[in-house]
Design a binder for this molecule. Structure first.
Ligand code: ADP
Length: 494
């Protein structure tokens, strides 16, 4: 791997990335740094500026100072700049894709063809949606009620490492479109593309201080940002324990916060399903080495087809090639970090010790070494066991069977999560009946992962608080104001 370290920048596969913060339109160093390591081979990618309360304070001050002018910028001009950012992302797809793959280990081909184009789409979508964001007027006995979406102020966005730039821009784009300023704190395990985005945004003409990037640990930079009293919104994607800490911090200032958290989503396969489709959807859950909050990690199959489903699943999963995420033929890459690998393996060891059977996988890939974990399917698992109830965030699925539709729904809903659910059935009525009973922010029927950006996204129960997407994003990132005007009293001149 070509990595060259200098004081303020790294070159990752030939792409130069500034490793300092981006605050108020300037690159800012910190007294300390942290080391960013590639999950592909453990190589050091660079020393990254390690933000503390000092940089958090500076970034919030910059975002606060830039807010009035950006909030007052006409919508069409804000939309034009967001489209220019999308143009910049599209011009740099290759750079962003290669850097993201080195930093978080996800497949280069999906970064190139799916994830980074989607980053550009996030900006285009919210730019266009802003222009269609209407005002609503209601009439009460001649009094006009005029409802407007006012920008809220500086927003802190805290993002995870599993899809760094995609999830960051899913928040940045609507926050900026709404007229807010932003401080992004990317995850410490994959901070590099956030820095490239700052370059792209500056080149696109986004004014200084409108987008700021503070790097560092959650417990240092992150906690200082989410607890800052001048921050008007906090949007977080990550784990449940961290959400609890952030919720306590935002509660102190009554800062509105949105939480997109984990899941333990079910994939229900009924005997009337297209079995090949069901198997394809089940194997797809190994995407990104299982590091996807939406992943349907609990496969629930009707008794009568369980053996056939399992046979076909194993045949298909065995075709998945594990290896270097830069190679076109690779189907599953490494997990992000040694700590994550240990966590995944801990879950699997405990499940096996409790009587689970590994249908496939069941441990790290010892041939490849490093951070590669074998795609795993565990059967003979109890509904109340840890492996069925807790999010693993690795390539580990469980297999359970059910006899009746009611039993399937009961098993599907019996965790503390409610992010998504997938139903595979050939019966339209059953799809409607089952879907209506599932506790989930998103229900997929005979498909997975497809979603219009106009639709709401979020989770129920411990999978989150609030919804983002389409107008739901604007509802969150705006202060909604109703102005009631009396029909009389004007002294119009001319
Ligand atoms: P994981 O445990 O999977 O790494 P986290 O939920 O801890 O996931 O991390 C998601 C994001 O939250 C990261 O950017 C991380 O730095 C940040 N974070 C962690 N702890 C805090 C905190 N106390 N305050 C603010 N942000 C935090």
């Amino acid at each position: 791997m070509t990595v060259h370290i200098t004081a303020v920048a790294v070159a990752v596969a030939g792409v130069t990335v500034d490793t300092r913060h981006w605050i108020g339109g300037e690159r800012v160093a910190s007294a300390g740094t942290f080391t960013d390591v590639s999950p592909i081979d453990g190589a050091t990618l660079g020393e990254i500026a390690r933000g503390t309360a000092t940089e958090a304070e500076a970034a919030v001050a910059a975002a606060k100072a830039a807010f009035p002018a950006w909030a007052g910028t006409p919508r069409a001009e804000r939309a034009r700049i967001l489209h220019a950012i999308a143009d910049g992302v599209e011009k740099r797809i290759e750079d962003l894709a290669i850097v993201e793959t080195h930093d978080n280990g996800a497949l280069l081909r999906s970064h190139r063809r799916g994830v980074i184009p989607r980053v550009a789409h996030n900006f285009r979508f919210f730019a266009d949606r802003l222009l269609r964001l209407g005002h609503e007027d209601f009439d009460t006995r001649g009094h006009t009620n005029h409802v407007a979406w006012d920008p809220a102020g500086p927003c802190v966005l805290i993002t995870p490492w599993n899809a760094p730039l995609m999830l960051a821009t899913w928040k940045i784009a609507p926050a900026l479109a709404a007229g807010n300023t932003v401080i992004l704190k990317p995850a410490e395990w994959s901070p590099l593309t956030a820095s490239l985005l700052a370059d792209v945004a500056a080149e696109a003409g986004l004014p200084a201080g409108v987008l700021n990037v503070v790097q560092g640990y959650g417990s240092e930079a992150g906690s200082a940002l989410v607890s800052h009293p001048d921050v008007r919104r906090v949007s977080f994607t990550g784990s449940v324990p961290t959400a609890r800490t952030i919720a306590a911090a935002t509660a102190a200032n009554l800062t509105p916060a949105s939480f997109e958290l984990g899941g333990k989503s079910p994939l229900l396969v009924f005997s009337d399903a297209d079995l090949d489709l069901a198997v394809d959807l089940a194997v797809e859950q190994y995407d990104n080495a299982g590091q996807v909050c939406l992943a349907a990690t609990r496969i629930l199959v009707e008794d009568s087809i369980a053996d056939e489903f399992t046979r076909r699943f194993v045949a298909k999963a065995e075709q998945l090639r594990q290896g270097d995420p830069r190679a076109e033929a690779t189907g599953i890459g490494p997990n992000i970090h040694s700590r994550q690998l240990e966590k995944i393996d801990g879950f699997v060891r405990r499940a096996l010790a409790a009587g689970a059977r590994a249908v496939i996988g069941g441990g790290p890939n010892t041939e490849l070494g490093g951070l590669f974990y074998r795609p795993t399917l565990l059967a003979d698992v109890a509904q109340d066991s840890e492996i069925v109830q807790e999010e693993v965030f690795g390539p580990v699925l469980t297999l359970q069977t059910f006899g009746t539709e009611d039993e399937a729904v009961a098993l599907a809903n019996d965790t503390r999560f409610g992010l998504a659910a997938t139903v595979v059935t050939g019966d339209r009525e059953r799809a409607g009946r089952v879907g209506a009973q599932l506790v989930a922010g998103t229900v997929w029927v005979n498909c997975f992962f497809v979603r219009d950006l106009q639709a709401p996204f979020g989770g129920s129960r411990h999978s989150g608080i609030g919804r983002e997407g389409g107008t739901w994003s604007f509802d969150f990132y705006c202060d909604i104001k109703n102005t009631v005007t009396a029909p009389r009293g004007w002294q119009d001149h001319g």
